[in-house]
Ligand binder design. Sequence first.
Ligand code: P6P
Length: 339
Amino acid sequence: MSNVSLTRFLLEAQQKGQIDAELRLCITVVSQACRVIANSVNKGALGGVLGDAGTGNIQGEAQKKLDVISNEILLEANAWGGHLAGMASEEMDHSIPVPQHDDDADSRYLLLFDPLDGSSNIDVNISVGTIFSVLKYEGDGTPTDEDYLQPGTKQVAAGYCTYGPSTTLVITVGHGTHAFTLDREIGSFVLTTKNVQIPEETKEFAVNMSNQRFWEKPMQDYVGDMLLGKTGPREKDFNMRWVASMVADVHRIMTRGGIFSYPIDEKVAAKGGKLRLLYEANPMSFLIEQAGGAASTGRGRMLDVQPTGLHQRVPVFLGSKKEVEAAVQYHTDFDNQSK
Ligand code: P6P
């Protein structure tokens, strides 16, 4: 396969009518911002960018210096192109409008992102990443937070970039999920996997087991049966991985299958879950579904959830289709018995 650059891939998508010029510009600009973030992340201790920023965000989390830096890189990169009506970030309490210039195109978009997911791993040199989601802005004038409260099915593009041994950008515009690897020598993302396909079955699960005693019963039964292995009702042995960096765990699933879960537990139940719907669960779910996988809250399709808040949290089950269905079945059976 000749080296297809991201630029060429997006131009061809536009020629096929899958995206318009503004959405192509949006994804291009985000990919360029990811290259700048990768450059900062890869400097590590030499870049003076490790450690805490000494500030906190609306999530009640201490911000890392690179959280703040990555957020600023994405804001600055996307402020000038005329392709966006506004942006929302995990690191900002509210969305911000992007000034519209007279000659701006009609179709404008809303960009949402987690600028550096898994940032607690930065100081210990474990892969982190950027997650983004793109919605159409249907209004006119200045968008407000409410304009972002669209179900995941309304996304027109989504992606993540992993900053690990290689820098890998995985995107969808609703026509499959595709992976690009950064060629540092030419400074370009090159197509390395077209039409990612996640195996329907798996023997690998990703969950933070330290929360086990706080889970709902169906989750305890689901994982408990996996741990019984061949001797249990699942009749096969499972392996476990937990990077505590969603982008890294999801990328492994994109590459070899698996199921990722951050279920409700007593500690986060009041907040609705741990992971955020609009800029973590929805973009990842769009990518996973486009790669033949499934994504659920445990009690319904993730992309059908009608958002009620910019930083709303949800329980997450995503990955190999048949394994997600198995996890959901435990919840369905439990709920039916409870009626
Ligand atoms: P825990 C990172 O903070 C994150 O939002 C996801 O990237 C990751 O999957 C999860 O939280 C890790 O949570 O409770 O294991 O630290």
